[in-house]
Design a binder for this molecule. Sequence first.
Ligand SMILES: NC(=O)c1ccc[n+]([C@@H]2O[C@H](COP(=O)([O-])OP(=O)(O)OC[C@H]3O[C@@H](n4cnc5c(N)ncnc54)[C@H](OP(=O)(O)O)[C@@H]3O)[C@@H](O)[C@H]2O)c1
Length: 275
Amino acid sequence: MTNTTLLIGGTGKTGRRVAERLTARGIDIRIGSRRGTPPFDWDDEITWRPVLAGVRAAYLTYHPDLAFPGATEKVAAFSKLAATEGVEQLVLLSGRGEEVAQAGERAVQSAGTGWTIVRSSWFNQNFSEDFLLEPVLGGDIALPAGDMVEPFTDADDIADVVAAALTDPRHRGQVYELTGPRLLGFADVAAELSRATGRTITYTPITLQQYVEVLRDLGMPPEFAELFNDVLDGRNAHLADGVQRALGRPPKDFADYAREAAATGVWTGTGPAVR
Ligand SMILES: NC(=O)c1ccc[n+]([C@@H]2O[C@H](COP(=O)([O-])OP(=O)(O)OC[C@H]3O[C@@H](n4cnc5c(N)ncnc54)[C@H](OP(=O)(O)O)[C@@H]3O)[C@@H](O)[C@H]2O)c1
């Protein structure tokens, strides 16, 4: 029977939210991750075919980033394999304004399955569930972003769009560009986080070279500095209508995200553990 929905990165920031939505609707899911059963690893092709058994639709997220070297080739090979294994619909999470990520998009579009591309700007949840959590807890966000503005997207909105694209054929062949409803600079973000937490959180613009050092200390690939430099050069400093177009409702505002995340205790050390 081919009725399972595969969620690659199904324990990550967007994947786990998609898993919650599909499970609540009684849809059979399989988590595709190194800790999944069976395990799936983008870096080990031997693990690819077993997770595709009985799969009708699949959500593809690439870790660490679709714009990283080698990602396009792996996404292309996996998508072709998915088509030969009988997968009918692929939904790809992509970056916004990244030429390299668009090569990954084309690979999915030409694999021979139905497809939906979900491009997103920076996630709100980077501040509560990922590499910017520690800086928020420490009270200062240092990034090589100058006074650039970004229309931060909420992972709940991404998950709603992805869940729809996995289950409703009307989303086939669509490229959705998702943003939040407002352009915010990182100083604005710090002000919103200060308001939500009742603590003082600041933003310090730093140079790209300084940020390479920060990433090294965090054990993160230095390629991220280059990627931030690319996507924070002004190309994404405009809003898009993907959430409205896909779901018929407006996207979530950063202030609502900040209030909800603060209420979980994530910024006081009393919240759920994050990876
Ligand atoms: N963060 C943003 O602001 C942003 C914005 C736009 C687009 N994106 C895109 O979103 C995608 C995901 O990035 P993210 O930062 O949000 O990560 P994420 O989804 O939070 O990533 C973690 C997930 O990936 C799995 N994973 C990690 N390494 C893996 C591997 N080698 N093979 C298989 N699964 C692996 C993890 O599970 P295990 O540890 O069990 O393997 C976990 O389920 C990227 O392609 C990125 O381009 C991100």
